[in-house]
Design a protein around this ligand. Sequence first.
Ligand SMILES: Cc1cc2nc3c(=O)[nH]c(=O)nc-3n(C[C@H](O)[C@H](O)[C@H](O)COP(=O)(O)O)c2cc1C
Length: 159
Amino acid sequence: MDPQAKKTVLRKIPHGVYVVGVAQDGVLNAFTATWLTQVSFTPALVALCVRKDSHSFAMVQASRVFSVNLLGKQQKLLAEHFVKPAAAAGEKLKGVPHRPGKTGAPILEEAMAHFECEVREIANIHGDHALVIGEVIDAGVQRDEPALTLMDTGWHYGG
Ligand SMILES: Cc1cc2nc3c(=O)[nH]c(=O)nc-3n(C[C@H](O)[C@H](O)[C@H](O)COP(=O)(O)O)c2cc1C
C-alpha cells in the first residue's frame, strides 16, 4: 500500500465537527469530535469514535451517556477550545455557558442543535479509538443553520 495515498484518501472522508459532552458523578467534560455517524433508524443509533487515552473515554465507559453538540459554520473557535485535553486544560466547560441534559451530559447553550445518547455498545478492541454506539434518547434544535464541517475548519483528523 502507498501510505501517502492511504492518508490522503482517508482525510477526504467528509465529516462534521461536534462538541461531545460527558458527565460522571457530577463531573463534566467535553471534547471536539469528528468521527460520528448514524448507524440505525430504529432504534436511532449513532456511532462515535473516542480516543481510548482521553479523559472523556474513561468517563463514557463509567457513566454510559454522552451528548453531541452541533455547531454552526461560524463556531470554529468553540470547537478549538474543546480540542485541548482536560488533563492539560483543566475545566474546559468553565466560562462556556451550558446546562445538564436529560442524561446529565452538558448541552452548550451556544450549540445550534444537540442530542443525547445512552451507550448500548463499546467495541473496537484493536483500534486506538473505541467505537461507542449510543441510542438517541433526547434531542433539541436551537437554531436551524448549516453545520460546521471539518473542511470548513481546514483541520485534519484522519489518515
Ligand atoms: C479536528 C479534530 C477532530 C477530533 N475528533 C475526535 C474524535 O472523533 N474522537 C476523539 O476521541 N477525539 C477527537 N479529537 C481529539 C480530541 O478532541 C482530544 O483528544 C481531546 O483533547 C480529548 O479531550 P479529553 O482528554 O478532555 O477527553 C479530535 C481533535 C481534532 C483537532
